[in-house]
Each structure stands twice: as C-alpha cells, then as structure tokens.
Design a protein around this ligand. Structure first.
Ligand code: M6P
Ligand code: ZN
Length: 185
C-alpha cells in the first residue's frame, strides 16, 4: 500500500453490489407497486410479497444538500404482470432541472425516458451501456430479460423524487411482451 494511504474508502463496489457500513437498502414488492401495471386482474393475482426490485444506495450527505451526489445500484428481477415486464416505479426529480446517470451492469432491459411533451423513447440497457438522463425527463427501467437486471445510478443530492406525476398519468408508453419479444407500445 502507498505510504500516504490511510484507509480504503468505507464503501466499495464488489461484483454487482455496493458494500460498506452506510449502505441504505430498500425493497419494492408487488404491494408497493399498485396502479403501475396495466393488467389489473393479473396484478391482483400476484403474491403481494413478491420482490420486484431492490436498491442499494450511498448517501454521503443529507438528502436535499445542494452540490452533493448520491450513488445507487438497483437490482430489478425478471418477471411479468400479464404481458408487462417488471419495472421500477419511475420518477421525475422534484427539482426538475436535475440530471442523472444510469449505466448497465448486468442483464438486459430498457430505460424509458419521457420528456415534458410526454414523448417516450427507450434506450437499451446492457452491461456497460451509459445513459445520461437530462433534467425534466421522467425515467423508469424495465427488465425485458430472463435474468436479474442490475444498473447503477448517480444523481444530485438535492434532486428529490417526484412520484405523483407518474402515479397520475403514467408514461405514454409501456413495454409489453408481444409474441415473445419486448415492444414499446
Ligand atoms: C435508481 C435511482 C434512484 C431510484 C431507483 C429506483 O437507483 O434513480 O434514485 O430511487 O433507481 O427507481 P424508482 O425510485 O423510480 O423506483
Ligand atoms: Zn432519478
């Protein structure tokens, strides 16, 4: 070790996971995602405790701090509700002009990006893909594969999460399994 090195940082990335003392972990199960999926009958048949995704985050400064950065890795399980693939809730930032980076780590999926005019496009997430999410853009990730989709994220610590807009009007497009293939419809 270089002599001036005191300690390695107290957080590390190992494989697909964040490790360290101060990692915040949240789980989203079916019961946290009501109203998101189009097939309500299929949704009602799901086991409420089925895990859809987990987020490991590192918050080095208090939420809302201007000038800081947060870091996270999300693990989105494969699965479908009716014909619709498992996805994250999706959000806008409370301070709307705040941007974010996502990048693919493992698995395959789509990043849905919806602009202020409700135009939605998809970017393919694969290991190593890098995605710049500009301010004012709603973002959601869909696991279109058959394996775990893990992706990284880095966002400003004062960005905040606005879920209400998405809960009310959703994205203008959904990703469905159409004859075995994912399609943006
Ligand atoms: C990424 C970041 C987080 C976000 C998480 C899950 O890690 O964008 O800020 O919370 O994905 O997405 P959502 O909050 O939309 O469920
Ligand atoms: Zn975000």
């Amino acid at each position: 070790m270089i002599s001036s090195t005191i300690n390695p940082t107290d957080i590390s990335i190992s494989g697909i996971h964040l490790h360290g003392k101060n990692i915040n972990k949240i789980s989203r199960t079916i019961k946290d995602l009501s109203g998101l999926f189009s097939d309500e009958k299929a949704f009602a048949k799901m086991d409420n405790s089925t895990l859809v995704y987990e987020v490991e985050s590192y918050f080095p400064v208090a939420d809302g701090t201007e000038g800081g950065l947060f870091f996270g890795i999300t693990h989105l399980y494969p699965g479908k509700i009716g014909d619709e693939y498992f996805m994250t809730r999706g959000h806008l930032h409370t301070i709307t002009n705040r941007a974010e980076y996502y990048w693919g780590i493992e698995g395959e999926g789509l990043l849905l990006l919806m602009d202020e005019n409700r135009n939605t496009r998809g970017e393919l997430i694969i290991p190593g893909s890098l995605h710049y999410i500009s301010g004012g853009t709603a973002h959601r990730v869909v696991n279109t594969g058959k394996t775990l989709l893990s992706f990284g994220a880095c966002w400003p610590s004062d960005a905040g999460h606005n879920y209400e807009a998405i809960a009310k009007t959703g994205f203008s497009k959904r990703v469905l399994d159409v004859q075995g293939k994912p399609q943006l419809v």
